[in-house]
Design a binder for this molecule. Structure first.
Ligand SMILES: NC(=O)c1ccc[n+]([C@@H]2O[C@H](COP(=O)([O-])OP(=O)(O)OC[C@H]3O[C@@H](n4cnc5c(N)ncnc54)[C@H](OP(=O)(O)O)[C@@H]3O)[C@@H](O)[C@H]2O)c1
Length: 281
């Protein structure tokens, strides 16, 4: 049997930690690094050490700032045979920056964010959105399949970043709308279960609505996707809109609402804590 490649995983937050576990479970040699040290046998003290002898480099970091900082620390270890997989949701400029860095080194790069949250990561059921060359995607496919249930090739580098940000705009706006609907119905004495049932039978119903309405109604904000991460993605959406002179008032208002919740100390709660804006919460 051919030996599986070695994978370096940078960022052991909600998603990276679970993906590293899945890769190890499937027989990959995994080398990990996290800014705040984690008690794992496969952890290394810094990004450069982690990068040594790794064929694939998978990033599950917060944003473009983290990505650039970490990449600059391991850059010297990269070789043309290496493949860089950025799974972090970053701004478009950071994706373009990373693509240019990889081109300079001569290594391969995929812009490959994902959808699916904490439980999907735990079950190796993420959906990857890929931007980049088909050849690079085919080379990385077996590795990507170890943590996902689907891989969608969406076009060149940058296309996956833009689509991921636009889908998060929809998720954030949807949860803000769910919070408003739940606040109005509850204030008028309607049981949350009835509202949830009605939404499920309505064209506005969705997987997201069925996941978030019951937990919002119960005041359960256990983090699947944090308020601060959704807030940063809303800012990326506003940047993308502004760069094409588009006015997007819906996400602007939702972004402000998420910023307010972060300021109130709710940055690490699930982004469905948008419902906390209403007095009885
Ligand atoms: N959770 C989801 O449902 C979901 C879904 C789709 C996409 N995403 C995206 O996937 C990425 C990871 O998500 P997550 O939920 O795993 O996030 P998370 O739990 O917030 O983890 C973020 C990771 O980034 C690291 N980090 C932050 N700033 C850093 C810096 N300046 N230098 C080095 N490391 C830094 C953190 O390290 P520390 O532990 O030291 O803070 C942590 O390992 C994010 O871009 C997120 O938007 C998440």
């Amino acid at each position: 049997m051919a030996t599986l490649p070695t994978v370096a995983v940078y960022g052991l937050g909600i998603i990276g930690s679970r993906c590293a576990d899945q890769l190890a479970k499937k027989g990959y040699t995994v080398r990990t690094w996290n800014r705040t040290p984690k008690p794992r046998k496969d952890s290394h003290p810094d990004p450069a050490t982690t990068a040594q002898n790794a064929d694939f480099h998978s990033f599950y970091l917060k944003d473009g700032i983290a990505l650039r900082e970490v990449f600059n620390q391991l850059r010297g270890e990269l070789k043309p045979t290496h493949t860089i997989l950025n799974h972090s949701t970053v701004d478009l400029k950071s994706t373009q920056w990373l693509a240019a860095q990889c081109a300079e080194i001569g290594c391969q790069f995929l812009d490959i964010p994902f959808t699916g949250s904490r439980e999907a990561a735990a079950q190796a059921a993420l959906v990857y959105y890929a931007g980049g060359d088909s050849e690079v995607l085919e080379k990385a496919r077996p590795l990507l399949e170890a943590t996902s249930k689907e891989i969608k090739h969406l076009g060149p580098v940058g296309s996956a970043t833009i689509i991921k940000i636009a889908t998060n705009l929809i998720s954030a706006s949807t949860v803000q709308a769910l919070a408003e609907g739940l606040a109005i119905t509850t204030a008028h004495g309607i049981a949350p279960e009835l509202f949830t049932e009605a939404v499920a039978s309505n064209a506005s119903g969705s997987v997201l609505a069925s996941m978030k309405l019951p937990t919002m109604a119960a005041g359960d904000y256990d983090t699947h996707f944090s308020m601060e991460n959704m807030h940063k993605d809303s800012k990326f959406a506003l940047q993308l809109a502004e760069s094409k002179n588009l006015d997007t008032p819906g996400i602007r208002v939702t972004s402000e609402a998420m910023g307010n919740q972060c300021k109130k100390g709710h940055a690490h709660l699930d982004f469905s804590a948008l419902f906390k804006a209403y007095p009885e919460q």
